[in-house]
Design a protein around this ligand. Sequence first.
Ligand SMILES: Nc1ncnc2c1ncn2[C@@H]1O[C@H](COP(=O)(O)OP(=O)(O)OP(=O)(O)O)[C@@H](O)[C@H]1O
Length: 256
Amino acid sequence: MPDILIELEDVSYRYGDETALDHVSLQVRKGEFWAVIGPNGSGKSTLIKLILGLISPRTGSVRLFGEPAAMFRDKERIGYVSQKSNAFNSAFPATVSEVVRSGLVKKTGMFRRYPADADEQVLKALQAVGMEAYAGRGIGQLSGGQQQRVFIARALISHPELMILDEPTVGIDRKHMESFYDMLGRLNREQGIAILLVTHDVDTVSELVTHVACVNRSIHFHGPSEEFSRREASIRNDWYGHPVRRVHHGKGGAGE
Ligand SMILES: Nc1ncnc2c1ncn2[C@@H]1O[C@H](COP(=O)(O)OP(=O)(O)OP(=O)(O)O)[C@@H](O)[C@H]1O
């Protein structure tokens, strides 16, 4: 089915004797915004590595845009931002524009020239994440949240149909985290980019995303976010193995 971007079918994965994922099935379709949530060590990063084809399942299959993930070569269709992206120190010798422009390498190849409109593409990608005013700044001189926006811009420059983000808000304070999530919501709604977001911030994202998957070795729930909200208490008890209290935070706002 052409609408399915990610398809895991009965996937299991073990590190040595330890089962990290057990009989997991999941489908992500065009235009959907998924939050993948789960406690520490529940298999979320393993799930992402399987989707990106970095590891292969022991049993079951993983398909990306209809192709086996391990064979998938059309990398520009996917933008990936990891939790470690925001690790530049203040002396790192690259500007924000240069970092975003480097995202074109996926399209142009390492030794080919950048396209004539590369500057315009950089500007558009920076505008999409609200960072155009910082184009000439050193990447290491930005806050963690600002750096993550720049990495999103670098991923956006190849016009991906799917963005995969592995805990992109680690180390970002709540106010900036909320504006970061609002930006992701806009990319999803306005540009139709499907998003798979691994996060611990269930309460912040559950009203933003269209779908939720709760992972704890197996998938304890996957479905529309409204259904998740309706059945939240019982889902959480089953998924964490003990009752979990929901904490409400006030909405922040403002940009980075
Ligand atoms: N390279 C590895 N070798 C051995 N065991 C691993 C390896 N990577 C992960 N594991 C184990 O597999 C399980 C799932 O790990 P994974 O990193 O997928 O969890 P996670 O949900 O992403 O955790 P966190 O929220 O803490 O980042 C954990 O018990 C972990 O110890």
